[in-house]
Structure formats: C-alpha cells, structure tokens
Ligand binder design. Sequence first.
Ligand code: ATR
Length: 275
Amino acid sequence: MKRFAVFGNPIKHSKSPIIHKLFAKQTGILQKYTKICVPIDNFHEKLLNFFKNGGNGANITIPFKKKAYKLCNTFTERAKYSGVVNTIKIMKSQEILGDNTDGIGLLQDLKNLKFIHPKSKILLIGAGGAAQGIIYSLIKFGCNITIINRTYQNAKNIIKYFHNIKNLNCIELQHFSKNLHNQLQYNLIINATSSSLKGNIPNISPLIIKSNIFYYDLFYDISLTPFLKWCRFHGAKKISDGIGMLIEQAAYSFYLWHGIMPNTKIIIQKFKKIY
Ligand code: ATR
C-alpha cells in the first residue's frame, strides 16, 4: 500500500488524514496517510527518513512550506513560480517532485463560493509562506492583488520575489489606514496571516468591512476564526473560512499522487459548518 503523511508543527488538529481517508474510500484507492509532528529544526532529516523508509509522498504544512521547496529537485510550474511547496511526490526516477496545490485549491473554493471572478481586486493581508503560496494562482486567473502586512519589508520581499509583476503591489499599513476612503475598491479580502493560530486578528481598521465585500480566512477552526468573528461583528455579510480550500488542495495532492480527482463537493458539504 502506498504511504503518505502530512508534516507540520503543530499538527494535532490537522484534518488532512480524515480528508484523505474519505478520498480513498470514494475512489477505491488504497493508501495509508498519517500525520507527523516535526521539531522545528529537524524537518529535512525527518522528511528524508520518511521517504527512505518507503514513503511515496507528503503534504507539508505550517511552518515548513518554504523549507520543503528547498528540498525538492524538480517542480510543477505552480510550485516553481510560488517558491513554496505543500505537496511532494517521489518519482520513479527517485526525483523529489514539489507541487503547490494551495493556490489552485483556494481558487477552486473561491469559485465554488462565487467569491471571485477574473477581474477581482483582492486585498491580501499577510506576507508569509501562506500568502506567497496563493499569489501565483490568483494572478494567473486574472486578479489584481494588493498586499498589506504588519512588517512592510516582508510584503516588499514578496513583490520582489515575483519580479514586480503587474497586478501585484503592496501598501504600507500606516499609509493604507490613513487613506482608507480611497482603498475600498476591493471585491475580496483574504486573511493569510497566522494571527488566528494564537487567537489574534491583524491590526486593521474595521472601516475595511463593507457588506458587499467577500471576506475569506485561509485558516479554519471548530468555530468562526477570530478574523471572521471580527468581520461579522463589524457588518460583513459574505464570509468563509478555509475548510473548502483545505479539501480542494488535498484533492489536487491526491490527483498528483494517484491521477484521480476525488469529488470534493460532497466532502465540503460534510465538513462545512453553518455559522
Ligand atoms: P506562514 O509561512 O505560515 O505564512 P509566517 O511566515 O510566520 O507563516 O508568516 C505569518 C504571517 O502572519 C506574516 O505575514 C506575519 O506578519 P509579519 O510579517 O509582520 O511577521 C503575520 N502575522 C502573524 N501574527 C500576526 C498578528 N498577530 N498580527 C498581524 N500579522 C500577523
């Protein structure tokens, strides 16, 4: 039986093993999928050991996605341009193939939700690996992205990483807040910060909340994430957490490994909570 695992830290609450079990049941493909918590400074060794011991592929989550990129020696196009890897497949030639299914998974979920169209103007909050991993797919779809981040330099680094491409820019948070009346042309606001992990929200004015804007949090939890609670409190009507993205990105990983695309709609319905 082929063996896969998700590597991260923390990993206890990961839903990936349950999702992959449902995919396996649905498609009749046998696979073993476990979760592995990795000490922060021991990622390379743990992952390579897993492959040496017969592992066929892996998912990588917080905080190892940029490290995973460095470990791969061949890439799908979307991983190559993102510089971030969340899916690995060991090829017959023993090459380590890196893919990024986060961006395409997010895009698919946003399409399912009707939160996006090719001309959408997106405000992306955050400039870590999670933000970097989704930019390529959204820009390729045609969207325009503005990044704001607590540390302006990290936002500028992302712009530089993408070679100052058209349709991607960043604004300093202070400047953004002072000129809010000019800023609210966005259709969709995405929280890609890891603030939810610690129960926090990014420090932004509630004036960004309007009833006709869509709000999406890449994170998910058993109840509304702190960011989405805050959005709703200030009057947001159209909100979603990242559970659909999690399932869609898992489906693209499953497809990379087995060549079969699971039916995600049924599984999203099963997981989605009505808040
Ligand atoms: P990841 O690679 O998983 O995205 P990361 O590289 O640690 O994780 O990046 C986390 C992102 O969340 C960053 O944009 C970070 O802002 P900084 O660049 O200023 O560090 C952002 N972030 C984390 N906690 C935050 C908080 N409490 N408020 C605002 N932004 C926060």
